[in-house]
Design a protein around this ligand. Structure first.
Ligand code: SF4
Length: 326
């Protein structure tokens, strides 16, 4: 299967100023990350808040430019695309954000937010067809009867209904790639599975490639059960492999610690309670990260080499792991 979207050795550095007159600092939010997502593949990207997950998602969508490295869509550097090719990419790379309010216009009713992209990308030939297609989209995401939602504004919809509309909008243009960034984390637990199932059904129907960003390993395990899971720490992917392998037999010490912290009464995960604990709870600053392996200040297995040498991602037991233990 062909690779739909790929980050190749991508770094994103942001300047940060602590005060008007203080020296400018820089953070490497994403640090030499390579990741390819194939057609019809789901990759869950898991890590603590601030580890660079959302920045990587925005880089892959072309919403921000990499400082170094390339983002390739169907093999082409997205920052060299022009005219029709660029429009094609914009249509085919969509975001489902954490906060659906931010994706929708409170001044427009739902119908007038769904129809313009359908007309712009010629998915509908005229307004009548666009309205019909908008109704089908609302039905797909479980908002029935759709006509009841056409004239509503965002203030008259619940969080779950808004997230469904944000999904309907993202899929309306039949994209090849979707970044779902903490797409269910603002919803009640009871609604999460329902929304995840809608996304999974749509993914199977349209064969879309997904980057599913979450801080929650249990959600990643559910959503990417037939795909891969990547674990991110301070701007680096430290382990990536088939989801069940990564969760059942975590190799990187950080993945092991994350699994140790999952607060679910899952017998499979509970059996792993013998996994190690962090040496320190303090997350190092991205402005001045530890030398060598960035996890060395917290890792229960850290040795001298871990402070001296950056571990590269290497193939270990059918997956990629960045750790000197292997
Ligand atoms: Fe721990 Fe060293 Fe492996 Fe980093 S490289 S995860 S510090 S053992």
């Amino acid at each position: 299967m062909s690779v739909t979207i790929e980050a190749r050795e991508v770094t994103k550095i942001f300047p940060v100023a602590k005060g008007i007159f203080s020296k400018k600092h820089y953070i490497r939010a994403v640090d030499r990350v390579s990741l390819g997502i194939r057609e019809n593949e789901i990759v869950a990207l898991v890590g603590e808040s601030g580890c660079g997950k959302s920045t990587l998602g925005r880089l892959l969508l072309g919403l921000i430019k990499p400082t170094e490295g390339k983002i390739l869509y169907m093999g082409k550097d997205i920052w060299s695309l022009k005219g029709r090719e660029y429009e094609e990419f914009r249509r085919n790379a969509q975001l489902i954000p954490q906060d659906p309010y931010s994706a929708l216009n409170p001044m427009k009713n739902i119908l007038s937010q769904l129809t313009p992209p359908l007309l712009k990308y010629k998915i509908a030939r005229n307004r009548k067809e666009a309205v019909k297609r908008a109704a089908e989209l609302l039905e797909l995401v479980g908002l029935v009867p759709p006509e009841d939602f056409f004239k509503r504004f965002t203030c008259r919809l619940s969080g779950g209904q808004l997230q469904r509309i944000s999904i309907a909008r993202a899929i309306s243009v039949q994209p090849k790639f979707i970044v779902a960034d903490e797409a269910v984390s603002m919803l009640d637990a009871s609604l999460r599975i329902e929304i995840l199932d809608i996304l999974l059904n749509l993914q199977r129907k349209f064969k879309t490639a997904y980057l599913f960003i979450t801080h929650d390993l249990a959600i990643a395990r559910y959503f990417a059960r037939e795909g891969r899971t990547a674990i991110m720490y301070l701007g680096n992917i430290v382990e990536i492999g088939e989801t069940e392998n990564v969760i059942q037999k975590p190799l990187h010490p950080y993945t092991q610690v994350l699994i140790q912290a999952v607060p679910v009464p899952d017998p499979d995960l509970a059996a792993k309670r013998g996994l190690p604990k962090l040496r320190s709870l303090e997350i190092p600053s991205l402005i001045n990260p530890p030398p060598g392996c960035k996890f060395n200040t917290r890792c229960p297995y850290a040795e001298k080499i871990c402070e001296e040498k950056v571990p590269e991602l290497r193939e270990v037991k059918g997956r990629l792991v960045a750790c000197h233990l292997y």
